[in-house]
Design a protein around this ligand. Structure first.
Ligand SMILES: Cc1cc2nc3c(=O)[nH]c(=O)nc-3n(C[C@H](O)[C@H](O)[C@H](O)COP(=O)(O)OP(=O)(O)OC[C@H]3O[C@@H](n4cnc5c(N)ncnc54)[C@H](O)[C@@H]3O)c2cc1C
Length: 382
């Protein structure tokens, strides 16, 4: 039997799941290689709790080197170029040949698209979340804005749950009355993919908690002193802390390549995650898996992971000459309603004629399952 080389770019949710699944199903004559420029990855889903002092960053970090124990060849390197014609990657001075390539390089942030936002605050990467944590822990009063620059962005519920976690945090401190919290989104309401009932439920929770919501506007810029947020409709508000969810773009390795489709993200077959290049798959945040409503499936770790499992399984099935499977499109995102309860946005996102997605009630049990998710993630079980 010919020895096959399976190569994965990126060791986040998607890449790790693809490599683990392929490795588990393939004989030892085949190799599975995972290349990532970082040795460790962070669970960004915990950042909203981290900024409120509810998480220690050490608990939300995992080391990719551990995958070596599972027979995966982990390479700590930046992949600079993909040579589709010769089935090879360029990484520094090295070359990595592949028979099957999985691109799981994620999304990056285009801070330049929102002038002033980077110098203000965010929680969309671990460094900015730590900085925001320090600022919030010293704050006694003021107006905090959480604004989405543009859609799509990672984890659609994140701005809303972050506002509700901050509301809870200030209530715990006994000084909620000294804070104003405003959330803004370019979308028509919170988490539109979950449907009108979910949107109303989140809006009702905002009313109860005294959180203001501005819809249909993206953050256009933040003044250089961080004290004013300007929106895409020309309006602006004065704030003390401007938190921005930045404009997202595909990872540099695919940007401008032939793989990018009309959505601006890597175009894939929604069942198989195949790209326009033979034996090349793209999973997770880097792609756009079209739903029946024309939008892409949410950029979330659970989908990246499920897509990775599908692709890892199917590459092994091709090599082992067994039956492939389709990506089911089912999944969920957590949405915290404060520090003690969590709900789910859950359903079949690829259902026809429209996504079948709903919001569950926020419960303490939901928060427990979130903690379980965190522990499972740490052990590469998700
Ligand atoms: C604040 C926040 C909250 C979130 N909450 C949730 C949640 O509750 N639930 C949920 O499911 N998801 C959540 N997400 C989204 C989730 O984190 C992402 O959807 C998920 O990480 C995407 O996985 P991925 O594998 O596609 O990409 P990533 O996890 O971004 O991994 C990409 C990897 O590729 C590597 N890479 C990129 N380019 C190269 C290159 N050229 N060479 C080598 N390596 C490269 C990077 O170093 C990185 O490790 C949240 C995200 C944020 C920011």
């Amino acid at each position: 039997m010919t020895r096959k080389k399976v190569v994965v770019i990126g060791g986040g949710f998607g890449g790790a799941a693809a490599a683990i699944k392929a490795r588990a199903l393939l004989g030892s004559e085949h190799t599975v290689t995972l290349a990532d420029r970082n040795r460790e990855v962070h669970l960004c889903g915990m950042n909203p709790m981290l900024i409120a002092g509810q998480r220690d960053p050490r608990r939300t970090t995992r080391s990719l080197g551990v995958l070596g124990n599972r027979g995966i060849n982990v390479i700590n390197a930046q992949v600079d170029e993909i040579d589709f014609k010769n089935h090879a990657l360029k990484a520094g001075d090295g070359r990595i040949d592949y028979d099957y390539l999985v691109i799981a390089a994620g999304a990056e942030y285009d801070w330049g698209a929102t002038p002033g936002a980077r110098d203000a605050y965010s929680f969309y990467d671990i460094a900015s979340a730590r900085r925001l944590r320090r600022r919030l822990s010293r704050m006694k009063r003021g107006h905090i804005s959480i604004g989405v620059a543009s859609a799509p962005y990672k984890c659609p519920p994140a701005p809303y749950e972050t506002a509700m976690i901050l509301d809870w945090f200030f209530r715990q401190q006994g000084n909620r009355q000294d804070f104003e919290i405003t959330v803004s989104t370019p979308e028509p309401g919170p988490v539109p993919v979950a449907g009108p009932d979910a949107m109303s439920a989140i809006m009702r929770a905002f009313d109860r908690k005294g959180i203001q919501l501005k819809t249909g506007v993206g953050v256009a810029s933040v003044r250089s002193d961080g004290r004013e947020v300007a929106y895409s409709d020309g309006s602006s508000i004065g704030v003390d802390v401007a938190i921005t969810i930045p404009h997202h773009i595909p990872a540099a390795i695919v940007r401008g390549s032939s793989l990018i489709g009309p959505s601006g993200w890597v175009k894939v077959n929604s069942q198989t995650l195949e790209t326009s290049e033979k034996d090349v798959f793209a999973i997770g945040d880097v792609n756009a898996v079209p739903m029946a409503n024309g939008k892409g499936i949410p950029k979330a770790g659970v989908f990246a992971s499920a897509e990775g499992e599908t692709v890892g399984y199917n590459i092994a099935a091709t090599i082992n000459e067994s039956e492939p499977v389709d990506f089911p499109g089912e999944g969920y995102c957590f949405i915290g309603f404060g520090g003690e309860t969590s709900a789910l946005v859950v359903g079949n996102f690829l259902a026809e004629p429209k996504p079948e997605v709903r919001l569950t009630a926020p419960t303490a049990r939901g928060m427990k399952s979130r903690e379980r998710f965190e522990r499972d993630w740490k052990r590469f079980r998700v």
